[in-house]
Design a protein around this ligand. Structure first.
Ligand SMILES: [Zn+2]
Length: 238
């Protein structure tokens, strides 16, 4: 079948903080954007606690980090960036968050959603097991099944015109159980450029780029790829 831009799976990435999705999947997003897929980013927080600098207020930091995320989205070719502006470090998988996510999933109707792996509870990595990452991963899962596709959840959204929508696949990043390797060797420089947009998080650490190369090179090794991003894919059927 010849794919048209209409038939290319629409993609939504939902993550906790600015930069999470650039670590997790911006190489894959660059490849998919080049294929003509429509990509929507949803940021649950704007990372307002992500500094040790007493001279930067949470409000200033939010502004900076939203701009940084828009910069990376533009580099990658994502169509839209949406900020829910929950408080950093205080995200809960509750009805408020789920209703917001159901609204967005019904509005944009993605075939594929990418998010943090909520099954990663090994607590052997402080970044991967950040409480916001766990909460967002769980909230996304609970939103996709069963709420987004069932009209009896949040009937007020029907009145706003948002009809039920079933997502076909979830790709979890930050996973300990990958079953999908995406070869990002051809877009590694773009991934690095997307990560370097997050200037407020980089500090003066000059070894960041070599650390990133090493990290994604390690992920690619089992499949003989120079650089890879890895995911656990959940197929939810047609
Ligand atoms: Zn994060």
């Amino acid at each position: 079948m010849v794919e048209t831009s209409e038939s290319k799976p629409r993609v939504m990435v939902i993550c906790a903080h600015p930069d999470d999705l650039d670590f997790g999947c911006s190489g894959t997003m660059t490849l998919w954007a080049r294929e003509g897929r429509e990509i929507i980013y949803v940021l649950c927080t704007s990372g307002d606690k992500g500094t040790a600098d007493p001279g930067i207020t949470p409000e200033n930091l939010m502004e900076m980090r939203e701009e940084e995320q828009r910069c990376s989205a533009a580099n990658v070719g994502a169509k839209e960036v949406i900020f829910l502006r929950l408080r950093d470090g205080e995200v809960e998988n509750n009805q408020h968050l789920r209703r917001e996510l159901v609204r967005l999933i019904r509005k944009y109707r993605p075939h594929i959603v990418l998010t943090h792996d909520p099954a990663n509870r090994q607590f052997d990595n402080q970044y991967l097991c950040h409480s916001d990452h766990r909460a967002v991963g769980e909230a996304v899962f609970d939103t996709i099944y069963p709420a987004a596709g069932n009209r009896n959840f949040y009937p007020e959204l029907l009145l706003e015109g948002y009809e039920p929508h079933k997502v076909s696949e979830i790709y979890f990043f930050g996973t300990h159980r990958p079953d999908v390797w995406v070869d990002i060797s051809s877009v590694m420089e773009e991934k690095i450029a997307a990560l370097l947009c997050h200037k407020s998080q980089l500090g003066s650490d000059k070894s960041f780029v070599s650390w990133i190369r090493e990290r994604f090179s390690q992920l690619g090794k089992p499949k003989g790829m120079k650089y890879a991003e890895v995911f656990r894919r959940l197929n939810l059927g047609p």
